[in-house]
Write a protein that binds this ligand. Structure first.
Ligand SMILES: [Fe+2]
Ligand SMILES: [Fe+2]
Length: 354
């Protein structure tokens, strides 16, 4: 599918108008006619000059009369050389202006595309955060998962040519979409403090399919896109397990996408080390022990090894992003954010009025 980006025409209009004015077909024709008239005028003028020269017997008139043919040829040669030079300079100027216009246009297109992508990513992250608020305490779960995913992807980069800086940026953001499908799960199941019944569990497991379906609906509107594609893989496969005992499809080892294998571990670590309404937080050491035990079972051995090699970093991220009194901090945070927004708006109104 071809994706189109709308570029603000006003920002490139100066160069475009300049080009239009200089190089419209009508102007090009006028230019060529002008050159021909110029050549004819110079030649006629030179002929009249020679004629006057000879008639009045100016200095070197006999020499000119003896070599009249050579003299005329020389004048014509000079005129053609001059014309050639003018044409060369004009074409160079045209090329320079065209190159300048092209690079301005390319700069403007890339600026508009990145600004459009940033807006889209911010909106999608906002949606993911909205879904995340339903069962986590602060919504910071998504930020932490992104940070854990970055650590794992960085560690695995040397063995995976497909992992580059762009891929890592993509997984950091796309990881936020893993549980977007939870918006479709009833509170009575999502927030149930005790164990889920088999029926409730099967409803809960549908969040992978709902999430993928939601993102596929966005993809149908926006067109194919690496970020959305990765988001779909993560939403659909982040509960698949390396040994094939996961859901929704029971995929195993590399049938599961690399991004989903990384997010599976990041999500697991964050879920077990975070407090929920229905459970207490586990310590880093306990979580680490579980992950080591699940190497090659729940988790891709390579991803588990990347965790073991970087678990101090995981512990630091966890420690810097946990809040002791989650509920009161959440309300304080929200009030603080809202108050800051109102202050900013008041400041803007005051500046406009001044
Ligand atoms: Fe999930
Ligand atoms: Fe999660």
């Amino acid at each position: 599918m071809i994706r189109t980006y709308r570029v603000d025409a006003r920002s490139v209009s100066t160069t475009r108008k300049k080009l239009e004015w200089q190089f419209r077909p009508r102007d090009r024709k006028s230019f060529v006619v002008g050159i021909l008239v110029f050549q004819a005028a110079v030649l006629v003028g030179a002929e009249m000059l020679v004629d006057t020269w000879l008639r009045h017997e100016f200095v070197f008139a006999p020499v000119v009369a003896d070599r009249l043919f050579v003299f005329r040829i020389s004048i014509a040669f000079c005129v053609f050389m001059l014309t050639g030079m003018i044409l060369y300079l004009a074409s160079r100027r045209y090329r320079d202006t065209l190159e300048q216009a092209n690079s301005e246009l390319a700069r403007e297109v890339s600026k508009q595309v990145s600004s459009g992508l940033a807006k889209r990513n911010a909106l999608i992250f906002g949606l993911a955060k909205l879904a995340d608020y339903r069962d986590t305490d602060t919504g910071a779960h998504l930020e932490r998962i992104g940070l854990y995913a970055r650590v794992l992807a960085d560690a695995m980069r040397p063995n995976h040519p497909g992992i580059d800086a762009k891929w890592i940026d993509r997984i950091v953001l796309a990881s936020s979409l893993h549980d977007i499908g939870k918006v479709g799960i009833p509170d009575s199941i999502l927030l149930k403090p005790g164990r889920l019944t088999p029926e409730e569990r099967s409803v809960m497991e549908k969040h992978t399919l709902i999430g993928a379906d939601t993102l596929l609906a966005i993809r149908a509107k926006l067109g194919a896109d690496d970020f959305i594609d990765m988001g779909v893989e993560i939403a659909l496969q982040h509960h698949e397990k390396w040994d094939g005992t996961g859901y929704p499809f029971g995929l195993h080892d590399t049938e599961i996408s690399l991004a989903a294998r990384i997010v599976a571990l990041a999500d697991f670590y964050d879920a077990v080390t975070s407090k929920r309404v229905y459970k207490e937080a586990m310590s880093h050491e306990e979580a680490s022990k579980l992950i080591r035990e699940q190497r090659g079972k729940h988790f891709d051995p390579e991803v588990a090894d990347a965790f073991v090699a970087n678990e101090r970093e995981f512990n630091t991220i966890r420690a810097h992003n946990q809040h002791e009194d989650v509920n009161s901090l959440r309300i304080m945070d929200l009030e603080d954010i809202a108050r800051r927004f109102i202050d900013e708006q008041a400041q803007v109104r005051y500046t406009k009025a001044a």
